[in-house]
Design a protein around this ligand. Structure first.
Ligand code: GLU
Ligand code: MG
Length: 447
């Protein structure tokens, strides 16, 4: 049975009134046009749902074109449903949703983030590599208050009473995710006030990015049903733990893990090391895609376990790249990029990470030795000798690094690079001097 006839059957048996066609833009705002099911057959296999090309020129602050994006108010592109992602929404009565690829005519649109990730997955496949990934999100639960918001609780890391206080919300989130095929692996309270973490099962790269969209949508919507605001804003409280969305990744060739050498559980393969070296080499520029908001840079600070230096370590929570330390005798299964948060468009972040890693492989980059302690405790001279650099401290610096990174710009393609940089530059200009509480208020509406 074709995907579309399955969809029609679903729609009729589940009393669906609207199907949301979802896209995630350069500013990482998740948007949808919802098609009434009376007309859905027009959109099942046809040309999809139209949106203005200018959608990819909108910064996070408002719906107005960022200057220099290369896009104008003229021009229409079309969202084509990827019906393999279709699901009835457990949290929105009468609504289903489907994730989309954006087309210009009959070609994937050069500005489409999902098309970009597809291209990078295909490039990895040319090397015989399959990339697996998972976004490991932290988020804050907040209660609406007269003067803004208040934290949901004041518990500390893994305090069990946090699980009791938020029990109903966390259970509903977990069930709603499972109903959409996203498996929660664990749940615990994180250090910050009202902060939680729910790691989900990894998947192939495209599915992992799709899962990130589904996760953010679901967490926010289910919390809202409980009268609570859930937010992924990286740094809500200036001096408390921030919200990361650590990006876990691994490589396989022909169904076999390429992370460690067979029989040597702690020895990373040459290819994995080169991939990691590529990520570290490009990280200052990559940050414009993995930690792309003005607020992101308030989180990336030494001693906050957020990956502020270009180094890697085994079980080291201050390294930008961490190899999670496995139990005795078990191999390292994946690598985590800590310099990543949920203000990143997941297709762009993961696609760019793959481009950086493949560059490491293609140019045979060498990974330095792992760092054991806190890189902030080394002297400047020691860091210099080991090529450990402090990462950009502002979005402005990261944008500049991306502008000077031909590998990432080429991977994005000139059109997507232009619209993306225009959006982030507009945000930097508008928000660089914004008082913290105003910035957080604005971003709470979006992420
Ligand atoms: N909250 C930290 C961050 O900003 C991460 C803490 C942890 O290691 O899980 O990324
Ligand atoms: Mg955590």
């Amino acid at each position: 049975m074709s995907a579309s006839s399955n969809v029609l059957r679903y729609i009729h048996t589940h009393n669906v009134r609207f199907v949301r066609f979802i896209w995630c833009d350069n500013a990482n705002v998740i948007r949808a046009k919802a098609v009434h099911t009376a007309f859905i057959e027009d959109y099942l296999n046809g040309d999809g749902v139209g949106i203005a090309a200018a959608q990819q020129a909108l910064p996070v602050m408002y719906d107005a074109l960022a200057p220099g994006s290369g896009l104008t108010p003229a021009g229409e592109v079309h969202m084509r449903a990827d019906w393999s992602t279709f699901a009835v929404l457990p949290y929105a009565s009468g609504h289903a949703r489907v994730l989309t690829d954006i087309y210009a005519g009959d070609q994937p649109w050069a500005h489409c983030p999902r098309a970009f990730l597809r291209r990078m997955v295909a490039r990895a496949a040319q090397h015989g590599l399959t990339v697996f990934a998972a976004f490991e999100n932290e988020f804050s639960l907040l209660r609406p208050a007269e003067d803004g918001v208040q934290p949901f609780d004041s518990t500390v890391f893994c305090q069990t009473s946090a699980l009791d206080q938020a029990n109903a919300i966390l259970n509903d989130i977990t069930e709603a995710l499972a109903a959409q095929g996203v498996q929660v692996e664990m749940v615990y309270a994180e250090s910050g006030p009202g902060q939680f973490e729910l790691p989900v099962r990894y998947a192939d790269a495209l599915r992992a990015a799709d899962q990130q969209i589904i996760f953010r949508e679901t967490v926010k919507a289910v919390a809202r049903q409980h009268g609570v605001i859930a937010s992924f804003v990286p740094k809500i409280y200036p001096d408390k733990a921030g919200n990361g969305a650590h990006l876990h990744f691994s490589l396989q060739r022909e169904g076999r893990s390429l992370v460690t050498e067979p029989g040597q559980p702690h020895t990373l393969t040459e290819e994995m090391r080169a991939f990691m070296a590529g990520v570290l080499h490009h990280l200052p520029a990559l940050m414009a895609l993995t930690t792309p908001s003005t607020n992101s840079f308030k989180r990336i600070r030494p001693r906050f376990w957020s990956g502020a230096y270009t180094c890697w370590g085994i079980g080291n929570r201050e390294a930008a790249l961490r190899a999670p330390q496995p139990p005795a005798g078990k191999p390292i299964t994946n690598i985590e990029l800590k310099t990543s948060d949920a203000t990143a468009n997941p297709y762009l972040a993961l696609g760019a990470l793959i481009a950086a890693g493949l560059d490491g492989i293609e140019r045979g980059m060498k990974l330095g030795d792992p760092v054991d302690g806190d890189p902030a405790d080394l002297s400047d001279a020691e860091r210099e000798a080991r090529n450990i650099r402090r990462l950009p401290a502002t979005l402005g610096e990261a944008i500049q690094a991306l502008e000077n990174d031909p590998v990432l710009l080429t991977a994005l393609g000139s059109e997507l690079a232009q619209s993306y940089l225009a959006v982030r530059r507009a945000e930097w200009e508008a928000m660089k001097d914004m008082p913290h509480h105003e910035e957080v208020k604005l971003l709470l509406e979006r992420y």
